[in-house]
Design a protein around this ligand. Structure first.
Ligand SMILES: NC(=O)c1ccc[n+]([C@@H]2O[C@H](COP(=O)([O-])OP(=O)(O)OC[C@H]3O[C@@H](n4cnc5c(N)ncnc54)[C@H](OP(=O)(O)O)[C@@H]3O)[C@@H](O)[C@H]2O)c1
Length: 310
């Protein structure tokens, strides 16, 4: 089968589109015929050796995956050949940038039925990140206020929709590029970060500041003033420390997303119920994944890109 993989860490040029043996599922595993995998910044981090995730080389990237169950290993209960599934696969194992991938059966859930199967690869880890940030780390509850800085991105729009659905008042940043989508996701107040200083625009402190944007650490520290005493600062931007304010009891937490089958199942039902939109900005063939990594290394990739085997 065809796969993209790297045998040494390094720049995008370590990725090879090549023929590899079709894998066989072991106990508790299934083989999935891949409809698509999604590109995540962490895929580039693992390839570049920046992320402390113990991958075995050669490694196939693409831990967010959608596809059809193609073969069952012993004891892989609950799934049948032909089932359409999605999953957030263990990041240290081979991912879905291939025609087939081996997945633990318990990492997979039925795919949404209302969107194309390849697009469903865009959902798992990013929507789980939003959920974890808001409700595990942020501990938000109905009636509270959250400020989502970077709501215009992929995680951000899921976060806006999930917070709003939980009865949380959402103040969100969005540039003109993402304003309509952030509004559609349900933000109560939108601040255009390209023209307006958040410190001037937010007139009531929030319970939780969630940062998803690539701002500089000094700016991040200044935004803590927008959080009430005893509130929380949560960040997914793990490349910089999350600031808090000990004197005011403002805690700091950095998210590292974890798989969660039950939540993923619930996210799928929100998609099928129309409460959550899965946005895919580009669909590219598998052979072009090395070029996508090169593009990401040269600048930001906008939105979510899914990668489809031929
Ligand atoms: N730790 C984890 O487990 C985990 C998991 C998933 C993602 N992440 C990380 O979380 C971050 C967000 O992910 P993502 O996929 O949503 O990224 P993304 O799509 O690039 O979104 C970031 C958004 O921030 C906005 N932005 C840029 N500069 C800004 C500024 N100065 N002020 C306010 N907003 C600004 C942009 O939207 P507009 O300019 O249109 O407003 C952009 O779309 C990334 O760093 C990603 O690597 C971490």
């Amino acid at each position: 089968m065809k796969a993209v993989r790297f045998s040494e860490v390094g720049g995008p040029d370590v990725l090879r589109y090549e023929d590899v043996d079709q894998p066989t599922p072991g106990a508790g595993q299934v083989r999935v015929r891949v409809a698509a995998s999604a590109f995540n910044a962490a895929d580039a981090g693992m390839r570049g050796g920046f992320l402390p995730i113990p991958v075995v080389l050669p490694h196939v990237p693409g831990y967010d995956v959608s596809g059809t169950v193609d073969a069952l290993g012993e004891g892989a209960g609950g799934l049948r050949v032909g089932d359409a599934v999605i999953g957030f696969l263990p990041m240290e194992r081979d991912g879905g940038a291939a025609e087939y991938v081996i997945a633990p059966a318990d990492a997979l859930v039925p795919a949404p039925t209302t969107i194309p199967l390849p697009d469903a690869a865009a959902l798992p880890s990013v929507a789980l990140t939003a959920w974890q940030a808001l409700f595990d780390d942020g501990k938000l509850t109905a009636g509270q206020r959250v400020l989502i800085n970077g709501a215009g991105g992929v995680v951000g729009k899921y976060a806006v929709a999930l917070a709003r659905r939980a009865g949380v008042h959402v103040v969100a940043t969005a540039s003109p590029r993402s304003d309509a989508a952030v509004r559609a996701a349900g933000a109560d107040q939108i601040v255009d970060h390209t023209t307006t200083d958040l410190l001037d625009a937010v007139d009531e402190q929030v319970d939780v500041l969630l940062n998803l944007a690539p701002i500089d650490p000094d700016r991040f520290a200044a935004l803590v003033a927008l959080v009430r005493d005893g509130g929380k600062v949560v960040s997914t931007t793990a490349f910089m420390a999350t600031p808090g304010d000990e004197a005011r009891g403002v805690s700091a937490a950095t998210v590292f997303v974890l798989p969660d089958r039950n939540r993923l199942t619930e996210l799928v039902s929100l998609v099928d119920g129309g409460a959550l939109q899965v946005e895919v900005t580009r669909r590219i063939p598998l052979a072009e994944l090395p070029a996508l990594h090169a593009e990401a290394a040269a600048g930001r990739i906008e939105g979510k890109v899914v990668v489809q085997p031929a």
